[in-house]
Design a protein around this ligand. Sequence first.
Ligand code: SDX
Length: 429
Amino acid sequence: MSDKTAKLSLPNGEELELTVLSPTMGKDVIDVRALGKAGYFTYDPGYVSTGACESKITFIDGGKGQLLYRGYPIEQLADQSNFEEVAYLLLNGELPNKEEYEAFVAKIHNHTMVHQQMMNFFNGFRRDAHPMAIMIAVVGALSAFYHDSLDINDPQHREISAMRLIAKVPTIAAMCYRYSVGHPFVYPNNDKSLAWNFLNMMFSQPTNDWEPDPILVKAMDRIFTLHADHEQNASTSTVRLAGSSGANPFAAIASGIACLWGPAHGGANEACLNMLREIGDVSRIPEFIARAKDKSDPFRLMGFGHRVYKNFDPRAKVMRESAYEVLELLGKHDDPTFKVALELEKIALEDPYFVEKKLYPNVDFYSGVILDAIGIPTNMFTVIFALARTVGWVSQWNEMIGEPSRKIGRPRQLYTGATERDYVEISKR
Ligand code: SDX
C-alpha cells in the first residue's frame, strides 16, 4: 500500500482526500470507497478505468505487451512449462517441486472421468447444437453431482471442486465434439497429460490403435497454457461476480463459459477463422480493412484489438510460432487461411487506422489457424478456450472466496429514467 493520496473537490464544496494504493507492478489505484459516504458514485461503463479487486495471480502491461502468471513471463512458461504445472502455479502461487508436481498431476488425473449419468444430458441436445451451449449446461450440471463439497468456505471443498473442474472440463469438451459427430465417447487415460487426453478423446476410435502426434500434443498444451488466465477479463469478472454471491464453483464457472462465448471475447477465435475464410484470398484484404474502418459498418477485424494490450499480445507471437511449426509438420505451410492471416497482419499493422488506435493481433488471431490445421472444427474453438481458462477462473474464484473481506459484488448506476410519478388506470391513459 502507500501513503500517497488524491484530493477531490466535490460539487457540494467538500474536499475529499482519497487514499492511493500502490501495486507491486502497474498503475497506482485511487481507493474511491469513501465517495459513497460523501454522497457520490463513480461512473465507468465497461470498467475501462476501474479496478474491481486486488489480485496476485496475473499481471498484464498492455503498453509493453507483457503477460506474467504469478510473475513468470508467458513466453517462458509456454516454452519451458506445461499446462498441469501452470495450473499448479496459478492456483498455488509458486512453481511446484518434483514431489508437489507429481502429487498435483496424480490428483488432477484422478478426476478426469465424469459420472456416467452425465452422458444423459447430451441426449437432450440436437446433434448440431453449438458445443458452447452444451458446455454451459453440462458444466453447470456438475453441481448436481457433488453435494458433498459445495461449502465454499471450506478450503478442502474448494480444493476438490477446483480439481474436479480442471480435470473434467476437458473430458466434457471432447464429449461435446464426439456427440456432434455421433462417435462414442472416449474415456481419459490417467497416465497421460490433459493435452494428450483431449486430442485422444477427440479423435481416437475404438476400431483402431491411434496416438496423437507429440508435436500436436505440445501445440495443444501450449494453447492451453496461453489461454489459462488473463487478469480481470470479462469472463473472469463474471465468475468473480457470480461467485461473490456464494454460488457454487460449478455454477460460477458455467457463468464464465457463457460470457466467454461472445465474439468480442472468447468467441473471437471462431469468428476470426470464419473471417479469414470469408476473405479467402489476400487480394480481398483491402476490402475488409476498409469495412473495419467504416464506422457505419459494424464489422470489426476479428482477432485484432484489445482492451488492455496497446502493443502486440505476447500470446499472439507465441501462437504465430506454433502455427508455423504445426503447419510445417502437417505439410500445410501453404495453407491459404494462414497466408491470408500473415498478409492481413502485415497490411493492418501498416495501416494508419490500426496504428493510431494501437490495434494489434490478439490471442485469437492465430489460435484458429492452428486448431483448424489440427482438424478441430471451428465451433469447438471457444470450447478449447473455456477448457484452458477454467484454470484461471478457478484460481481467481478461489482467491476471491479466500479473502476475509469478501463482499457480494453490487455495482451502482447513473439513473436517467423517469422521475417518480403516480399510477394511471388504463381508462385514463
Ligand atoms: C479476448 O480482456 C481480455 O483479456 C480478453 C482476452 C482474454 O484472454 O481473456 O484477451 C481474450 O477477448 C481477446 C479479444 C478478442 N476479441 C476480438 O478479437 C474481437 C475484435 N476486437 C474488438 O471487438 C475490440 O478490440 C475489443 C472488444 C477486443 C476491445 O474493445 P475495447 O477495448 O472496448 O475498444 P473499443 O471497442 O473502444 O475500440 C477502440 C477503437 C474504436 O474506435 P473509435 O470508437 O475509438 O473510433 O478501436 C476500434 C473501435 O471501433 N476497434 C476496432 C477493432 N477493435 C477496436 N476497429 C476495427 N477492428 C477491430 N478489431
